[in-house]
Design a protein around this ligand. Structure first.
Ligand code: ZN
Length: 135
């Protein structure tokens, strides 16, 4: 999950607010930042979700504020981890809690026969398992 900058410095992960076409502000986007040369880069793991979100907004979106944590599990978990009261909790606990929460939702969604919702939850669970494999 770590990345070395082109200048040789180790980069930090920060949650940034990204402004799209001066109208849409997207909060909690995980970005790699270098304190040495101030370069920054969107995390490769979340790029495709961010692209999809922007594609959905289209070229002339309405004025709005979005939370990227609602589209991407990694952004959600990072947001949780950086909340003060959760600071001391291990990321593993957070991941486990979130998986349980999603599994509950999955049961709910499938019992309500909502395929779109079910698919979304399955996608989120998959994102989490991708994360836990790569770290
Ligand atoms: Zn650098």
């Amino acid at each position: 999950m770590f990345k070395t900058c082109t200048c040789g410095n180790e980069m930090d992960i920060r949650l940034r607010t990204v402004i799209y076409t001066n109208k849409v502000s997207i909060a909690n986007v995980p970005v790699f930042c270098c304190e040495n040369c101030t370069s920054s880069e969107v995390m490769p793991e979340i790029k495709s979700d961010l692209k999809q979100l922007i594609k959905r907004l289209g070229s002339r979106p309405d004025l709005q504020e979005l939370d990227f944590g609602e589209c991407n599990e990694f952004a959600y978990l990072l947001g949780m981890a950086t909340r003060k009261e959760l600071h001391l909790r291990a990321m593993d606990d957070l991941v486990q809690d979130r998986i349980n929460q999603l599994l509950d939702l999955l049961i709910l969604a499938s019992s309500l026969d909502d395929p779109t919702w079910t698919k979304d939850i399955e996608r989120r669970l998959l994102q989490i398992s991708d994360l836990t494999c790569s770290t």
